[in-house]
Design a protein around this ligand. Structure first.
Ligand code: AMP
Ligand code: TRP
Length: 336
């Protein structure tokens, strides 16, 4: 553990309990949380209220199961409840309450510019208001804890930016309440692409529908092998990061991020070899990375009371801090 001083820096992040958690979630988010957790005061949330923004995807038993699955995966990937506060968003009611206050100070124009809103809403017949105000809920998550750092994948950059803007606007209108957070995004591995289509980012919802799209954190070694062997390549033999085609580059990036080797070393290792060699080596690294995670996962989900204890304890810790911030915001607005 680091000095208390460093511990005063607060980290917040979360994942929605829908779809199939994949290697992109691990590299872009969870592995970064785990790597840094002893340095900071951490809050990791299972953001179930965000999942509700696409109600078509939700079914009560499914959602309940997914909340447990994501919580258990957090722990299995190495989050330690002694070091990190792990909790379910909907159980800390301040998230929903602050969202209302923040949405009242968030101009529609800011929300209309969100690329995630544009892409998600274009695929829906009916767009719920919740999907539109999604960024205000995410801002509430982050701002309730006076967060310094938000470790996320690259796709969330715009949401952190709007969080800063919302905080700034609130502070300007009503007085200083919120700290302005910063995104924490790894240099390489923050945007893993689909194995079947390297032009699109690997997605939890697509992965649930198409086995060949993603490498799931709970996939069996055989499934992992099949997905990687079937991944998109080209007819060349190019294994330099800068020159490689998108599918090959994606595999090089995953390999590099999982092995923590410098790019140059990875390039030298694969230079002149067939893509089947890259695929074989990558399969081995992925399987070996996920094996201990899957073993821990099995034990954790089997012990329902342990998981529930962790989430209860997390809720209490989160609530104490969230309650203070919400109260301040309410006072500043004159409703308390
Ligand atoms: P989501 O899957 O949207 O719930 O995202 C959960 C976390 O994983 C967020 O921090 C995302 O930025 C990150 N993430 C999602 N997809 C990817 C990806 N393909 N590559 C890297 N990070 C990702
Ligand atoms: N919007 C994020 C995603 O889809 C999930 C999320 C919700 C989040 N609240 C958050 C991430 C707060 C970081 C901090 O990936």
């Amino acid at each position: 553990m680091e000095t208390d001083n460093a511990r005063q820096k607060r980290v917040f992040s979360g994942i929605q309990p829908t779809g199939k958690l994949h290697i992109g979630n691990y590299l872009g988010a969870i592995s970064v949380w785990v790597k840094n957790q002893s340095k900071y005061d951490n809050f990791f949330c299972i953001v179930d209220l965000h999942s509700l923004t696409i109600p078509e995807n939700i079914e009560p038993d499914y959602l309940r199961g997914k909340i447990r699955e994501v919580a258990a995966l957090y722990l299995a990937c190495g989050l330690d409840p002694e070091e990190s506060t792990i909790f379910v968003q909907s159980r800390v009611t301040q998230h929903a309450e602050l969202t209302w206050l923040l949405s009242c100070v968030t101009p529609m124009g800011w929300l209309e510019r969100m690329t995630q809103y544009k892409s998600k809403s274009s695929q829906l017949e009916t767009v719920g208001t919740g999907l539109f105000v999604y960024p205000a809920l995410m801002a509430a998550d982050i701002l309730l804890y006076q967060t310094d750092l938000v470790p996320v994948g690259e796709d969330q950059k715009q949401h952190i930016e709007i969080t800063r803007n919302i905080a700034g606007r609130f502070n300007h209108l009503f007085g200083e309440v919120f700290k302005l957070p910063e995104a924490m995004i790894r240099e390489s591995g923050a945007r893993i692409m689909g194995m079947d289509n390297p032009d699109n980012k690997m997605s939890k919802s697509l992965g649930e529908k198409k086995a060949e799209h993603s490498i799931g954190l709970l996939d069996s070694p055989e499934e992992i092998r099949e997905t990687i062997m079937g991944a998109t390549t080209d007819s060349q033999k190019e294994t330099r990061f800068a020159e490689a085609s998108p599918g090959i580059r994606n595999m090089l990036v995953i390999y590099q991020a999982l092995t923590d080797k410098p790019r140059k070393e990875v390039e030298e290792f694969f230079a002149g070899k067939n893509y089947s060699f890259l695929k074989k080596e990558l399969t081995e690294v992925v399987v070996e990375t996920l094996r201990p995670i899957q073993m821990r996962y099995k034990k954790i989900v089997a012990d329902e009371s342990y998981l529930e204890d962790v989430l209860q304890q997390g809720r209490k810790r989160a609530e104490a801090i969230a309650g203070e911030t919400l109260e301040q915001a309410q006072k500043m607005m004159g409703i308390r």
